[in-house]
Design a protein around this ligand. Structure first.
Ligand SMILES: [Mg+2]
Ligand SMILES: [Zn+2]
Length: 209
């Protein structure tokens, strides 16, 4: 893991902190039926972490656009409707607005190779670990991807970020299992922090004013 490299912004282009949604902005939920931890399936289930609004406000004050990059195959798998996905995203936007901030963009991959809904059935270039969504978001928002960061809670986020050319921040705690996965998958995050809460401080430490 690297920790001393400074932040270089391009002369004209902006820089972004791309953020994964589930597990970074909002908590994961325990699914009784499937006996596993998953992304929320409803706005009612979705809980935004209390530190998210202040963290995003601080990150934007450092000059970063904050843009969500998220796989959302739940509609394709009929786990929830498109309207419910929108209600979840509205809930996140409202929480941020209450905290005096907002997102600069939101990009979702709706595809899944085994989607039950035909129009979402695809092997696409935007489902992480593919870098397509990051590349598109950078192009559409005039972002210098090499001066940008991607924060996620899974190794697919780290891999997508690396393939897109940004620096990567893994959120969570190092465990023996995670260390093994990092070694096996050969995707090492540039930085690791417990949560999004620590990201403003990390960026300041890297030279962002
Ligand atoms: Mg996640
Ligand atoms: Zn996709």
């Amino acid at each position: 893991m690297r920790s001393t490299k400074g932040i270089e912004a391009g002369p004209q282009k902006g820089r972004a902190l791309f953020v994964d949604r589930d597990g970074v902005l909002n908590d994961l939920v325990y699914n009784e039926e499937e006996k596993q931890v998953t992304s929320p399936f409803s706005a009612r289930q979705l809980r935004v972490f209390p530190y998210v609004a202040p963290a995003i406000r601080a990150i934007r004050e450092l000059g970063f656009k904050v843009i969500v990059i998220s796989n959302q195959p739940g509609v394709a798998k009929r786990q929830f409707t498109l309207a419910e996905l929108e209600r979840m995203n509205v809930k996140i936007r409202k929480e941020l607005s209450k905290g005096g901030t907002s997102l600069d963009g939101e990009y979702y991959c709706m595809h899944h190779p085994e989607a039950l809904i035909r129009k979402y059935r695809a092997v696409c270039n935007c489902r992480k670990p593919e870098p397509g969504l990051l590349i598109r978001a950078a192009a559409e928002n005039d972002i210098d991807i090499r001066a940008s960061y991607f924060v996620g809670d899974a190794l697919v986020d780290v891999e997508a970020g690396k393939r897109a050319g940004c620096k990567t921040i893994l959120v969570g705690h190092m465990t023996a299992f995670l260390a093994k996965m990092i070694e096996k998958e050969r995707v090492t995050p540039d930085f690791m922090v417990p949560s999004l809460k620590e990201v403003p401080k990390l960026l300041r430490g890297l030279g962002a004013q």
